[in-house]
Structure formats: structure tokens, C-alpha cells
Write a protein that binds this ligand. Structure first.
Ligand code: ATP
Ligand code: MG
Length: 234
């Protein structure tokens, strides 16, 4: 892989919390690389560190130690202000609970990040809405949509600033299988344009639709032989 195609390089990443006299290692030597146009699924039992890892990669939190390079930048060296800007320019997030603004229309929700970045662009917003196939609902309020369409709005909003990386924490946890599959279909469309995607999920079926599945246990990647998640279905 060429260096510029490497979107995420995490080496021996630790994130430890102290609570009184106790230390919890939410991440304990996490390693992962993500290439341009690659989609990875992260599985693991509750508390294995999936969300903590996405938060490090998404620059919402800083590792206690280790190397973390995002699009070639060592993000552990960035200040809080630099991280805000870096996150806005390079990372998109989506979550199980969508987090749309209920009083704004679909179009206005998608437009929000552009307004924050002072890059208002109505044509770009409409192009994105078409891409996620919501043009009929552009002026609807989120509450008028089904779950799958709400997640489409969240995806459009996450990608409107053209990030190279999309992080999805249990993106289809609230959706039925049909909507889940159509969300993956949509991911593939963006993936083919070079977007790197990480999906953290309890849904092994969803994870297996990605290019590569990794399993976390106690904050680091484990081999298939040690697997809990696969053992449960086999
Ligand atoms: N702010 C915090 N302070 C202390 N401990 C934390 C904090 N955030 C996470 N942890 C701990 O870190 C570990 C990993 O949590 P994390 O939320 O990353 O797991 P997860 O794999 O996302 O779980 P789930 O599948 O339930 O979403 C857990 O033991 C959790 O209790
Ligand atoms: Mg989680």
C-alpha cells in the first residue's frame, strides 16, 4: 500500500482511565490500519473497547500512549483547537441514535456542517441528498422518516464536508434487516470513491458484509481462534 493510501495507522494504542485506586485499560495495545477505499467491521463484546477506539480515531479523545496517525498526521501531537479543525476536515461520524435535529428539515440537517465550516453550498447539499436517495424528503422533518431514512440523513450530514474517513458506531442497531442492507449498499457507493469506513457493531452479519472483520477483547485485537463472537454463532 502506498503511504498516501493509508488513512489510519494505530500502533500499540492504550487508553487508560483511573477511578480511585483502580486503573481501567479500555484500550490495551490496539493495532489497526485502514486503507483508502477499505471498509472494516469491528466486533467484540460489550466493554471490549470498540467505542473507545472510534473515539481515538475520531479525535474525540486522546490515547494515553501509542502511535496514532490519521491521513498521515500524528494526531497525538495536535492541540485541542487543532483537533476540532482536523476532525471537521477529515472525519465523519454516525451513531445508532442518528442525532438529527428534529426541528430542522432533512436539507437543513445535512447543511449544518457546511454552515459551521463557513462553506455554505446549496448545490452541494442537494447533490448529497440525491446521492443518499432522499430528494423526495428533502423538506421533510426527521420525525416524518423511517429509521433507515433517518440514518441516510445522518450519513449525508457526516459526509458533506468530504472527509476521508467515516466512523460508524452500531449504525444499524435500530434498523430492520432490509434497511440495514440498504445502508451497507450506500456505504459501498462511498467506499468505491475512496472513503475508508469503520463499523463497530454487535451484529456479526453486518460486520461480515465489510472487507475485513476484527475482534476486540479487553482493548486489543484477538485472533479468530480466541474468538468469542464467532464461537457463539458457530
Ligand atoms: N470515561 C470512562 N471512564 C472510565 N471507564 C470508561 C470510560 N469510557 C469507557 N470506559 C470503560 O472502557 C471499557 C471499554 O468501553 P467501550 O465503551 O469502548 O466498549 P464497547 O466495546 O464500545 O462496548 P459496547 O459494545 O457496549 O458499546 C469498558 O470497560 C468501559 O467501562
Ligand atoms: Mg460501544
Amino acid at each position: 500500500m502506498y503511504k498516501e493510501d493509508l488513512l489510519i495507522e494505530a500502533r500499540d494504542v492504550w487508553r487508560s482511565y483511573t477511578r480511585g485506586s483502580e486503573t481501567i485499560h479500555a484500550l490495551a495495545g490496539m493495532n489497526l490500519t485502514l486503507g483508502r477505499g477499505e471498509m472494516i467491521g469491528i466486533v467484540g463484546r460489550s466493554g471490549s473497547g470498540k467505542t473507545t477506539f472510534l473515539n481515538q480515531v475520531g479525535c474525540l479523545d486522546k490515547p494515553t500512549s501509542g502511535t496514532l496517525k490519521i491521513v498521515g498526521r500524528d494526531v497525538t501531537k495536535l492541540s485541542e483547537n487543532e483537533l476540532v479543525e482536523f476532525r471537521r476536515d477529515h472525519i465523519g461520524f454516525i451513531f445508532q441514535l442518528f442525532y438529527l435535529i428534529p426541528t430542522l428539515t432533512v436539507k437543513e440537517n445535512v447543511e449544518m456542517p457546511l454552515i459551521f465550516a463557513r462553506k455554505r453550498d446549496p448545490d452541494k447539499v442537494m447533490d448529497m441528498i440525491k446521492k443518499v436517495e432522499l430528494e423526495k424528503n428533502a423538506n421533510a422533518l426527521p420525525g416524518q422518516l423511517n429509521g433507515g431514512d433517518m440514518q441516510r440523513v445522518a450519513i449525508a450530514r457526516a459526509l458533506i464536508n468530504d472527509p476521508q474517513i467515516l466512523l460508524a458506531d452500531e449504525p444499524t442497531g435500530r434498523l430492520e434487516h432490509k434497511s440495514r442492507d440498504s445502508i451497507v449498499e450506500l456505504f459501498r457507493r462511498f467506499q468505491s470513491e475512496g472513503l475508508g469506513i469503520i463499523i463497530a457493531t454487535h451484529d456479526l452479519g453486518l460486520a461480515q458484509m465489510t472487507d475485513r472483520v476484527i475482534e476486540l477483547k479487553d482493548g486489543c485485537v484477538i485472533d479468530r481462534e480466541e474468538s468469542y463472537v464467532f464461537a457463539e454463532v458457530e
